[in-house]
Design a protein around this ligand. Structure first.
Ligand code: PMP
Length: 416
């Protein structure tokens, strides 16, 4: 039997820079919550393109919106705008309930949305000098934070292995523990901004401690610093609400900027930054930032269709209900040590045989053999971020298979 997949993977190795790590599969098709590889094998995708394919693959409304827009007007550059970009901005401001005077900036990825937020922080630092009269250049980010891998967003990302090969990074960033005490100790009048993920996805799905974000809002206000929330992974319904921030701040209280990407385009590359209120929205002025592609009609039409589907099909509620069902079932497995569930963003800590054992990566491989796509965020942690359309029956098939998958992973580790 011919193995198209291995031939293509070899071809990839020979011609593409595998800087993200070598791909595990060549995928050729996606429908709903399933993807198919180059050998025709089908998988239940519990990772959803890393929290991107919020409405599943090839949703008919999304396909129709993208096809129609592609035939009408695909790209115009940032010298012009289109009704699609304007209409998406309205949708985003409405669903986030952003106060009067808020604005939207479109980028092409999460990293780019955070680059814009970093530049916003620099402008704010210049507009609100510190006690010595000089521009504030300090930015606080959290330990274990992930904000992207472009130079600015990498400076905000905590992981040393990602940072070290690329020093020097843009300066002024201090990483602090996600505790109210650390925040109170570090946040002073020299800080231009604090950036946080309401739920840290890449670190293994860790929500901010109770009261942290509300206290951060108070302290940033008190000291004249911006509060930026990175909802690239947690936003657009992933945690069962349009924004995870909503559950962590008192009603009517907002951060100063919100970054989005991933699930927003339903598979189309798009990022966004919402600047909250008039004052913050006036920090970046004409000519100071932009990209050629940002906000193009095709990407914004795809995102609009995605938001409509999430709303029309009640997917926020589905994320809550199916997420809770899946977490309860996982919690019943003796192989599982802890489950952290926020809608359909789920971190699973597995019981390891020893602290050194890299069980999670082996489980990812064994899951693939069994027809499930998941990923590992650490030696004992697996993450799930399936399309928000997934059903309880579909997640049940994974939970039923998981003990066998873990057994296979243990056997593979023992044999290696
Ligand atoms: N911020 C967060 C919270 C993320 O999870 C990610 C991606 N994992 C990024 C930023 C970077 O987004 P992108 O890969 O689209 O540049």
């Amino acid at each position: 039997m011919s193995d198209s997949q291995n031939e293509l993977l070899q071809d990839y190795k020979d011609n593409l820079l595998g800087v993200f790590g070598d791909p595990a599969l060549v995928l050729t098709e996606g429908q709903g919550v399933y993807v198919t590889d180059a050998n025709g094998k089908r998988y239940l995708d519990l990772l959803g393109g890393i929290a991107v394919n919020s409405i599943g693959y090839a949703h008919p409304d999304w396909v129709a919106a993208v096809s129609e827009q592609a035939g009408k007007l695909a790209h115009i550059s940032n010298l012009f705008t289109s009704p699609q970009g304007i209409s998406l901005a309205h949708q985003l401001l409405e669903l986030t309930d952003a106060p009067e005077g808020s604005h939207v900036f479109f980028a092409n990825s999460g990293s780019e949305a955070n680059e814009a937020a970093f530049k916003l922080a620099r402008r704010h630092g210049a507009a609100r000098p510190g006690p010595d009269g000089a521009a504030r250049t300090r930015v606080l980010a959290l330990e274990n934070a992930f904000h992207g891998r472009t130079m600015g967003s990498l400076a905000l990302t905590a992981k040393e292995a990602y940072r070290a090969p690329f020093e020097p990074l843009p300066g002024g960033v201090t990483h602090i523990p996600a505790s109210i005490e650390a925040l109170e100790a570090e946040l002073d009048d020299t800080v231009s901004a604090l950036i946080v993920e309401p739920v840290q996805g890449e670190s293994g799905v860790h929500v901010l401690p109770d009261g942290f974000l509300a206290r951060a809002r108070e302290l940033t206000r008190e000291h004249g610093a911006l509060l930026i929330v990175d909802e690239v992974q947690s936003g657009i319904g992933r945690t069962g609400q349009w924004l995870a921030t909503t559950a962590q701040l008192p009603e009517g209280v907002f951060p100063d900027a919100i970054t989005l990407a991933k699930g927003l385009g339903g598979g189309f590359p798009i990022g966004a930054m919402i600047t909250v209120g008039t004052e913050v929205s006036s920090l970046l002025t004409a000519g100071q930032h932009g990209t050629t592609f940002g906000g193009n009609p095709l990407a914004t039409a795809a995102a609009s269709a995605t938001l409509d589907v999430i709303k029309d099909e009640g997917l926020l509620g589905n994320a809550d209900v199916v997420g809770a069902h899946l977490a309860a079932a996982l919690n019943d497995l003796p192989e599982v040590r802890e489950v952290r569930q926020h809608g359909l963003l789920i971190g699973i800590d597995l019981v390891q045989d020893s602290p050194e054992q890299a069980l999670a990566p082996a489980v990812v491989t064994a899951a693939r053999a069994a027809g499930f796509i998941i990923n590992a965020t650490g030696p004992s942690t697996v993450r799930l971020a399936p399309p928000l359309i997934i059903t309880a029956q579909e997640t049940d098939s994974f939970v039923a298979s998981l003990p066998g998958i873990i057994r296979d992973a243990r056997a593979a580790l023992a044999g290696s």
